[in-house]
Design a binder for this molecule. Structure first.
Ligand code: UD1
Ligand code: CA
Length: 457
């Protein structure tokens, strides 16, 4: 049996603390619902918890925070929400999930929901530390600026206590090994240890950090598991939110590049936690990916393009300045050119929408050509309607296709048409004023005005 199998054979409960008001965010939105890499900090944290293979999840939310509970259930469908009615400290918050703690588990993991960069492997490392015989395993890091953090006090190689900054002596404040806020506690002892926490400190709060000295007093061991500072950074304000975003973006870009994606200026490409990009795809500078985007292999994404909820198959080319909105489904070898917007539309293999078009609520067959400035008029102010364009159709430039409407396979639409009726396959449809010509009209016009002064504004 590998170490990993041994751990997952044990039952675990994660209590995720999300009851923070986040006043320093200066926001109408609860702190943990602010986003990093295109999803809430809570969802990022829960993804790491779920990814570590933990079986049960309890999320502690503030009173009246149904929005936070809903987001928790969306991100981790099995999660149970508990309300902490008064904000009396981190140990008190964990005990809000008492009914979850009362069910047997081997490992209790406590997680702060404002730590969005945490990775699944770190939870596994904390659990492995318990398997090594400790009753408490605390995640620690070397802080570049330890102010505000709890300090990990080590004696003879053993973790003896965590001292909150406000309660620490000058000598203790000199310690740079800090508490990241995550810990694992032996499930069999967790309730007993947590129930022993008292609020006898500078902030009159029930500190989770006291579990270390309480466990020691009971003759149990506490250990430190170290993590890089970058992974455990907490977000309390929008400056830290941006710092966390920068780290998340760097990780996502590096992962994509390691998997075979070329980025000419990676620092200008913004990815989402779920962005999928195939090998040998080239991303030019200044490209933004929102949620739900999947890009195939050998695609060229030209500069200044914006994507959300879109799929692009292999060997296509998109941009510069393209906007692909939800439901854009681009098949193989398609060309989407500059200033083109696509929404809820499938573009068949080998087709081209090369310039200045809006294609929405539509389906375009294979090898069709959509001329410059084509617009699918999909909305009448009340309802959306669909446009269907058949295989090999050719839509002349500056045409308006007034949906619902179909252009049959192989048909031509003359430039500048307003098409309101279906077009038969292989037909030519022209819907515009007919051109007429009056020979010599211009010369006659000028002659009649001879000698008059030309007015200029
Ligand atoms: C906490 C730790 C500190 C650690 C730091 C790491 C304690 C006592 N201190 O301090 O050692 O270095 O995190 O970032 O644990 N929460 C509740 N209910 C409460 C209080 C807090 O749900 O009654 C939640 C908060 O929303 C937050 C987390 O617990 O997600 C941590 O609380 P916070 O007050 O931010 O603790 P820190 O002072 O940062
Ligand atoms: Ca904090």
């Amino acid at each position: 049996m590998t170490a990993h199998q041994k751990q997952t054979a044990k039952s675990g409960l994660a209590v995720v603390l999300a009851a923070g008001e986040g006043t320093r965010m200066k926001s109408g939105l609860p702190k943990v619902l602010h986003q990093v890499a295109g999803r809430s900090m809570l969802a990022n944290t829960l993804a790491a918890v779920t990814g570590s293979g933990i079986e049960r999840i309890a999320v502690v939310v503030g009173p009246g925070r149904e929005d936070v509970a809903t987001e928790a259930r969306r991100a981790a469908p099995g999660a149970a929400a508990f309300v902490q009615h008064e904000r009396l400290g981190t140990a008190h918050a964990v005990l809000a999930a008492r009914t979850a703690l009362e069910q047997d588990c081997d490992h209790l993991i406590v997680v702060f929901a404002d730590t969005p960069l945490i990775e699944p492997a770190t939870f596994r490392a904390l659990r492995a530390a318990l398997d090594g015989g400790a009753a408490v395993a605390v995640l620690g890091f070397e802080a570049s600026n330890p102010a505000g953090y709890g300090r990990l006090l080590i004696e003879a190689g053993e973790l003896v206590a965590i001292r909150e900054h406000k309660d620490a002596s000058d000598a203790e404040r000199a310690v740079t090994l800090c508490n990241a806020g995550l810990m694992a506690i032996d499930g069999a002892r967790a309730l007993e240890i947590l129930a022993s926490v008292k609020a006898d400190n500078a902030q009159k709060e029930f500190y989770l950090t006291d579990v270390v000295s309480i466990a020691r007093a009971k003759g149990l061991r506490a250990v430190v598991v170290r993590a890089p500072e970058e992974e455990v950074m907490g977000v309390n304000d929008r400056v830290q939110l941006a710092a966390a975003e920068a780290i998340a973006q760097r990780r996502l870009r590096e992962k994509a590049m390691r998997e075979g994606v070329t980025m000419i200026a990676p620092e200008t490409v913004f990815l989402c936690h779920d962005t999928k990009i195939g090998r040998d795809t080239i991303i030019e500078p200044n490209v933004f990916f929102g949620p739900g985007v999947s890009i195939g292999e050998g695609v060229v994404v030209k500069a200044f393009s914006h994507f959300e909820g879109a799929r692009i198959a292999n060997q296509s080319s998109v941009g510069p300045f393209a906007r692909l909105r939800p439901g854009a489904d681009i098949e193989t070898g398609v060309k989407i050119g500059n200033f083109v917007e696509i929404k809820s539309a499938r573009i068949g293999a080998g087709s081209a929408v090369s310039h200045l078009s809006y294609v929405g609520d539509a389906s375009v067959g294979v090898k069709a050509n959509i001329g410059a400035g084509t617009i699918t008029c999909n909305y009448d102010g009340f309802d959306k309607a669909r446009t269907e364009i058949g295989d090999g159709a050719f839509i002349g430039s500056n045409s308006a296709l007034v949906a619902p409407v179909r252009v049959g396979a192989g048909a031509y639409v003359g430039s500048g048409s307003v098409i309101t009726k279906d077009v038969e396959p292989n037909a030519l449809a022209v819907g515009r004023g007919r051109q007429f010509e009056k020979a010599g009209w211009a010369s006659a016009f000028r002659k009649a005005r001879e000698g008059k002064e030309k007015k200029r504004v």
